[in-house]
Design a protein around this ligand. Structure first.
Ligand code: FCB
Length: 457
């Protein structure tokens, strides 16, 4: 398999997000965002790790973009830090923040890398959280104003825009209390999600205001989408009503709770029933569902794995082994068909033939040892990650051969980075930044370099 097995104009990218890589948490006028604050509460994050420096991309973006280029990628998915641009989240604009993104995007364009920009990747300005955050319907206007500013500022440079990355993170932050901002209550989670979806719709309307009416997907102009992670839940025992019930409810509470309103314009009955039963029904005003379901230009699919559910943990293990599946070194199931299944699922149930970009795919390990490679240079063997990418990209190809309308693939991530509550303990990079400032390309990074070699015939 090599890149010639894919369409000529296929986008091959790596993904990152501002809070996970930029560092420079208090430089050049940046305001606080919720992870700056949350990570300072003892016990919330592994090792109490903080995103203060991360990969120092804020300063090192030129060399890190060169690294991306050197591996053969032609696309970079990144996110804007809202608090770097609007330190209070609303009102005042920090010109230095905009200047930084201008320099960074110019560098990307100079290298021939297509920018794929996400407006919101989990890092709400802390000042907005103090005003109620996603629980306040004003988030719709706050986000809309910020989004419009970004569309106007980078009108001519960015062909791919995403409103929100993985709305479920907001549920985890307001419903479960596990992510920033750390509020806990099913009703908070559901209300935050509903307001987020309204903000998404507003973002799309501002986009059309700036760029004009919807056109078919094409990189010669700006396109807008949303990113949802599909972790489809399967019952371990196909005929066990209990297992089926668990898996189905999870599917309703997770990806379907976003896909259905965004692409179909309604919440599905099982979710409504769950919200009624748990007293967590959000305030839904007349016209809300229409506002959420603004037509999009593409869908961003994040796919990492499937989930097998059962009331009996042994049944989960049996199902995985019985299906010829197995476990990776990190204990997760190796199930590369997840990407094929997810593409079929969204196509059939939600998006039809709308173009798709795989916006994230990857796997993690604990700390990896560097060894001396055959060329005498430091190397990091990561066979598990190589196998993972090989498997997922083969299944992606099969889906595309069978008609899936996929325009690009994006690996998570270029470097080991700040993995939210796991801090720096979960490693997703295909390369690593060393304490001395050098970079080691892992075997998985070399695997991509081979896949993407320009002289592949
Ligand atoms: C995704 C997130 C991304 C990163 C990867 C590992 O769910 O969008 O920020 O944490 O998982």
């Amino acid at each position: 398999m090599n890149k010639n097995d894919f369409p000529k104009d296929f986008l091959w990218g790596v993904a990152t997000s501002a809070a996970q890589i930029e560092g420079a948490w208090n430089e050049d006028g940046k305001g606080l965002e919720i992870w700056d604050v949350f990570s300072r509460i003892p016990g919330k994050i592994a090792n109490n790790d903080r995103p203060d420096v991360a990969c120092d991309y804020y300063h090192k973006y030129p060399e890190q973009l060169e690294l991306i280029k050197s591996l053969g990628f032609n696309c970079h998915r990144f996110s804007f830090s809202w608090a770097r641009i609007m330190p209070e989240g609303a009102g005042r604009v920090n010109q230095k923040g905009l200047d930084y993104y201008r320099r960074m995007i110019d560098k990307m364009l100079e290298l021939g890398i297509t920018p794929n920009a996400t407006l919101y990747h989990w890092d709400l300005p802390y000042e907005l959280e103090c005003r109620g955050g996603f629980l306040d319907r004003d988030i719709v206007k706050w986000f809309g104003d910020y989004a419009e500013l970004m569309f106007e500022t980078f009108k001519d440079e960015i062909p791919l825009w995403v409103t929100f990355n993985e709305p479920i993170a907001t549920y985890v932050g307001y419903g479960l209390g596990v992510f920033a901002p750390g509020r806990k209550g099913e009703k908070f989670g559901r209300q935050a999600n509903h307001n987020l979806l309204l903000a998404h719709g507003e973002g799309v309307r501002r986009f059309r205001k700036v760029f004009g009416e919807k056109k078919p997907f094409d990189l010669s102009h700006a396109n807008i989408g949303i990113v949802v992670d599909v972790w489809h839940h399967h019952p371990a025992r196909k005929d066990d009503p209990g297992d089926i019930r668990i898996a189905e409810l999870e599917n309703e509470k997770t990806y379907r709770s976003y896909m259905s309103p965004v692409f179909k314009g309604f919440y599905r009955e099982p979710l409504l029933q769950f919200m009624r039963d748990t007293g967590s029904m959000p305030e839904i005003r007349p016209g809300d569902m229409e506002s959420i379901a603004e037509p999009l230009d593409f869908f961003g699919l994040n796919c990492y794995n499937r989930v097998v559910d059962s009331s009996d943990p042994k049944a989960v293990k049996d199902e995985i082994e019985h299906r010829g599946g197995n476990f990776m070194d990190n204990g997760a199931e190796y199930y590369p068909k997840a990407i094929y299944d997810a593409l079929a699922n969204v196509r059939e149930n939600f998006i039809g033939d709308l173009p798709v970009i795989i916006t994230e795919n990857g796997t993690y390990s604990a700390a990896e040892d560097a060894v001396t490679g055959p060329d005498g240079k430091p190397a990091i063997p990561d066979p598990m990650r190589v196998r993972y990418f090989e498997g997922f990209i083969s299944w992606l190809k099969k889906a595309m051969d069978e008609g899936a309308n996929v325009k690009g693939y994006t690996a998570w991530s270029i470097l080991d980075n700040y993995e939210w509550t796991a801090g720096y303990t979960m490693h997703f990079g295909i390369a690593r930044l060393e304490p001395d400032g050098s970079y080691i390309v892992k075997d998985s990074g070399k695997w991509f370099r081979d896949l993407l070699k320009s002289d592949n015939t």
